[in-house]
Design a protein around this ligand. Structure first.
Ligand SMILES: Cc1cc2nc3c(=O)[nH]c(=O)nc-3n(C[C@H](O)[C@H](O)[C@H](O)COP(=O)(O)OP(=O)(O)OC[C@H]3O[C@@H](n4cnc5c(N)ncnc54)[C@H](O)[C@@H]3O)c2cc1C
Ligand SMILES: *[C@@H]1O[C@H](CO)[C@@H](O)[C@H](O)[C@H]1NC(C)=O
Ligand SMILES: *[C@@H]1O[C@H](CO)[C@@H](O)[C@H](O)[C@H]1NC(C)=O
Ligand SMILES: *[C@@H]1O[C@H](CO)[C@@H](O)[C@H](O)[C@H]1NC(C)=O
Ligand SMILES: *[C@@H]1O[C@H](CO)[C@@H](O)[C@H](O)[C@H]1NC(C)=O
Ligand SMILES: *[C@@H]1O[C@H](CO)[C@@H](O)[C@H](O)[C@H]1NC(C)=O
Length: 635
């Protein structure tokens, strides 16, 4: 379907640069009020704005975005790529990982994190989403809205247009896919790059030798195996495709009801009356980042918070919705006591494993070729051709292995899972792993126990991956631990409510997380002994020969010192769980107790991080939420 309908439209959109003419920059350009006000114009937020303005030509939508419209170069675009603006949140020193700090980025730009991310478009496994439903199922009472895989899959499909690779390309690299897992109508584009490094197959073959399956497609809910993953890029130009382009630039010409206000911060949500059945139309207090002036915008229908996992909790807390003790210490009058706001923080972390190939193969090109000025110049020139070609089209890479705990640790997965179940069954023990101020909170403890039970089921399932290791070149691996048991917090800075929140990532505070890392590292190390690596004389560099495989303490020390502390997947800080389990929103994504006029739609709402990168899920959650909102406000 190369150069068919929707792709031509997108090329025109890109060519006309960015629709800066329609964007709003000050209060005087706004309407008196809006039907919907969305705080945060990111991956999920703009998906919702696009769908609401499409479905309701006579209702108005305002998106308030902190950042501005910027060109977001791809992660691997040729220099001089000026990166788009971003937030950088640095965690408190984390004692369990040698007091190191996690540095976590998020997009601060129209399109949010989809403008700065690695363009790797994988989905979680069906069991990840089924576990959301399980955690919501009992006691939620409010609706019968289902978030399991079966219900989400149509939204995953709809959210992206896949362009298939040519037959020659598929043959050359062995690309496999199933087009029925994707859509063809939304101008968010993904495809398979026209380039791979010549040594990409080394790790692929190693995992194959270790017995890992090679599914044809990993986006259909079944993803245990070695997978090709689509890249969010335009299929012809290889330029990054993102939410700002697909859900704003591509549609704004036909949507007079869609206003985007940039360089403004959503400060808080205020109700004319106490939130509840008769709270009245909510108001969003907005601050100009240009002149610091505050003003109010009324949402006649609803307010939707989509400010991402760091900033959605700050908007809620500034609105008086959050843990009473945190609000009290910040001097904010309590409106709704919801201890789950800013709690339940999760991210992906993990250490590297790598080898030196002492008998290098005769491969061309390999990544080090980029050090050759002539090769690099040709690569840059190729990226700017139409269609684009060469190494820069690859972004960060588009292959990964996903393995379940029973398959990667046949000898000790049962012990690890039994430990998790023992914690889940013991209130005292479960509470001891929570942040200090949650250790006496019955809802937070009950919610954590429910999560641990759901996680134990995921770990016991041989089709549910617990390890991901993406790869693109050479003999190296990185161990993403897909289902962390530890829980962190995101809290307002009491000294400055409008500034960055304080992140306490609390990595490895549940010690079973280290046991999982050890199992993952041991599995990846086994790749070193495969014929795929040994034929090139592989010698392990990391953890290295000094770290004995049977030596738990040495391996733990390696993980504490060398694990990457964030793979940039912050989430879960306004979790969709019942209020009596510490949840913040119900299955309808409405904030508990807020009277139905306030929803959260972004990566904050997941109770458990899925076993994947988050962008595909952020789009799907946006699509699903938009349908819920549309159903509610349709006459
Ligand atoms: C560096 C990096 C690499 C990544 N790589 C990948 C990858 O390769 N594949 C993948 O699947 N995922 C990746 N991710 C994760 C993924 O991109 C994000 O999880 C996802 O896009 C988050 O979507 P969101 O809608 O929750 O938030 P975002 O897309 O971050 O949107 C939140 C928006 O709200 C705005 N905002 C914040 N506070 C306010 C406020 N008070 N008022 C107004 N606006 C506000 C922000 O500026 C932002 O635009 C990566 C993330 C990063 C940062
Ligand atoms: C929507 O607006 C148009 C133009 O203002 C008007 O003609 C039409 O009747 C409206 N439709 C509804 C359902 O209100
Ligand atoms: C971490 O910092 C704390 C407080 O400064 C200190 O007591 C502790 O010994 C440090 N831990 C490590 C492993 O360095
Ligand atoms: C916004 O409205 C609230 C509630 O009426 C009010 O307390 C607040 O002062 C208003 N803010 C501005 C900037 O007008
Ligand atoms: C890798 O192996 C080569 C060939 O034996 C050797 O020259 C080189 O120093 C090794 N590199 C590292 C980092 O050990
Ligand atoms: C629960 O955990 C606590 C703290 O580790 C322990 O003292 C207690 O014996 C455990 N209870 C049961 C029933 O195992």
């Amino acid at each position: 379907m190369l150069l068919s309908g929707p792709i031509t439209v997108s090329l025109a959109t890109l060519a006309s640069a960015h629709p800066g003419a329609t964007v709003k920059r000050q209060v005087s350009q706004l309407r008196d009020s809006y039907d919907f006000v969305i705080v945060g114009g990111g991956t999920s937020g703009l998906t919702v704005a696009d769908r609401l303005t499409e479905a309701f030509p006579n209702k108005t939508v305002l998106v308030v975005e902190y950042g501005d419209i910027e060109y977001g170069p791809g992660n691997f675009d040729p220099p001089p790529a000026v990166p788009a603006s971003r937030w950088t949140v640095t965690s408190l020193p984390n004692p369990e990982v040698n007091n190191r700090t996690a540095g976590v980025a998020a997009g601060q730009v129209v399109g949010g994190s989809s403008v700065i991310n690695g363009q790797f478009l994988d989905r979680g496994s069906r069991f990840d989403y089924d576990s959301w439903q399980e955690l919501n199922g009992q006691g939620s009472g409010s609706t019968d809205i289902n978030w399991n895989w079966e219900n989400l899959f149509p939204y995953f499909k709809k959210s992206v247009t896949l362009t298939e690779p040519s037959a020659e390309l598929a043959e050359e690299y062995g690309y496999t896919w199933d087009v029925s897992s994707y859509g063809d109508s939304t101008p968010v584009y993904a495809t398979y790059p026209p380039f791979q490094w010549a040594d990409q197959h080394i790790m692929w073959n190693a995992y194959k030798e270790l017995g890992v399956q090679e599914p044809k497609e990993c986006a259909n809910g079944d993803k245990e195996g070695i997978c090709w993953v689509p890249t969010t890029q335009h299929p012809v130009t290889a330029l990054r495709s993102h939410s700002g382009l697909g859900h704003y630039a591509a549609v704004i010409d036909t949507r007079s009801n869609y206003d985007l206000l940039v360089k403004h911060q959503g400060v808080r949500v205020v109700y004319p009356h106490k939130p509840g059945e008769d709270s009245g139309a909510p108001i969003v207090e907005v601050r100009s980042l240009v002149d610091d002036v505050l003003f109010n915008v009324t949402a006649n229908a609803e307010v939707i918070i989509s400010a991402g996992a760091f900033h959605t909790p700050t908007v809620l807390m500034r609105s008086g919705i959050g843990p009473a003790s945190v609000l009290e210490s910040a001097g904010i009058p309590l409106v709704l006591d919801l201890p789950g706001v800013g709690s339940n923080f999760q991210d992906h972390t993990g250490p590297p494993v790598s080898w030196n190939l002492t008998k290098p193969g005769d491969f061309h090109p390999v990544r080090s070729a980029m050090q050759d000025p002539a090769f690099a110049a040709d690569a840059a020139a190729g990226f700017n051709e139409t269609p684009s070609r060469g190494p820069y089209t690859l972004a960060l890479g588009n292959s990964a292995v996903y393995v379940s705990l029973p398959h990667l640790a046949p000898d000790n997965h049962e012990t690890i899972i039994a430990n998790i179940r023992a914690i889940a069954a013991n209130d005292t023990l479960a509470a001891s792993y929570l942040p200090p101020d949650h250790r006496t909170s019955a809802p937070m403890i009950a919610g954590y126990q429910a999560q641990l039970s759901a996680l134990a089921d995921l770990f016991a399932n041989p089709q549910s991956p617990s390890l991901e290791s993406p790869f693109a070149a050479g003999a190296s691996a990185v161990a993403f631990q897909l289902h962390p048991l530890s829980r962190g917090t995101v809290r307002l800075d009491p000294a400055d409510h409008l500034a960055q929140p304080i992140l306490d990532a609390r990595i490895a505070t549940n010690p079973v997380d280290l046991d999982l890392h050890l199992a993952h590292v041991r599995f990846l190390r086994r790749a070193g002994a495969t014929e795929a690596l040994q034929r090139y004389g592989a010698v392990e560099l990391r953890p290295g020969p000094g770290v004995g495989d049977a030596d738990d303490e040495a391996l733990r020390a390696f993980v504490r010192q060398s694990a990457t502390l964030s793979f940039m997947h912050p989430c879960c800080t306004a979790a969709m769980m019942p209020e009596e389990k510490g949840g913040v929103v119900g299955p309808d994504l409405k904030v508990h107790g807020a009277g139905g006029r306030l929803r959260v739609v972004d990566m904050s709402v997941m109770p458990l991080v899925p076993g994947s990168h988050l962008m595909a899920t952020a789009y799907a959650v946006g699509e699903r939420a938009a349908d819920l909102i549309i159903a509610e406000w349709s006459e």
